[in-house]
Design a protein around this ligand. Sequence first.
Ligand SMILES: *Cc1c(COP(=O)(O)O)cnc(C)c1O
Length: 382
Amino acid sequence: MKWRVPLADVTIGEDEIIAVEDVLRSGWLSMGKITEDFERAFADYLGVRYAFAVANGTVALHLAYAALDIGPGNEVILPSLTFVATANAVLYTDAVPIFADIKSLDDLTISAEKIEPLITSRTKAIVVMHYGGYLCDMELIIELARKYDLAVVEDAAHAPGATYRGMEAGTLGDVGCFSFFANKNMTTGEGGMVVTNREDLAEKIRLMRSHGMTTLTWDRHRGHAFSYDVALLGYNYRIDEMRSALGLVQLKKLEMNNRRREEITRIYRRELADCPGIRLPFNEHRRGSTYHLFPIILDEMVERRKFMEYMRSLGIQTSIHYPPVHLFDYYRRRFGYGKGMLPLTEMVGRREVTLPLYPSMSDEQAALVVNSVRSFWKANLL
Ligand SMILES: *Cc1c(COP(=O)(O)O)cnc(C)c1O
């Protein structure tokens, strides 16, 4: 299908192409110097001590959980209104995911108030997800984590460059995880990053990313080592030099691209403010978002499918963020979760629609989206 306005789009220029081509010509493709440069640049950008580039955002989360020794017998509290990977990675560790509801229809992030009653002696960590690039209530959540001696993991897949009182998303908890999938604010095709300020966790993440091995092929190539030991059970979660080269260029464009996302978000908020039948979450949100998504909540009376089909008929792609994780068949069967557990999450799961948002979107495309939303409503009220 050829969309007039797709949901998302990548912004790849000649500089990305040249950077990848240079790597291909260099003769060193597996993790090495370019990845070290990418990690340093990302860490410096966030103002964090350690950054480890990995194969994707899902394994970034798995490494974070594993480094925190989350395992069998542990519980992890997390939102259900997230991409399934946030929870699947908990299952990789054999811990039990305990889902907490969101704050409200105006703030779709996890509620600190609803986390507290879920804490037990088995709870090991709280995972937050900065929905759409809008930061969670990190002060309340970190305070809660301190009170009960829990770790905090940030799923910051939507939030590279998001700030909270001058601090960067991903650096507020114990470990932060990013994704560079093609529809994220910066991309390497597939890729991710784990960041932390804790030296103990950094050492484990470094080892676990590459089989638990004490030296890398790269170290041996440079003559820094001849052999290796295996210190703990690790994985092959490495990124490669082509992706790191892409990431370095994309990181340079991140601020500019996030600003353009902000502009389009402003247009949407201004032009849809008085549109009947929809709510605009995060309307009152403080600045500092990365504007990864533009979610709207449809009135109860509207059939979402009808709305999305109408938009599609006009060449506009929309999406849903998210079908709640606790209602997926696998989660219901394995944990006995079901409807009614998380009323607000479930309401958003039924009524949310995500409008197109990406940096290369033109003002005309934004106007087309706005006019289409408004015209649906007119047609429907008649
Ligand atoms: C994209 C995403 C992930 C997973 O990232 P991948 O790189 O696709 O593995 C995890 N959590 C959230 C919230 C995401 O949006």
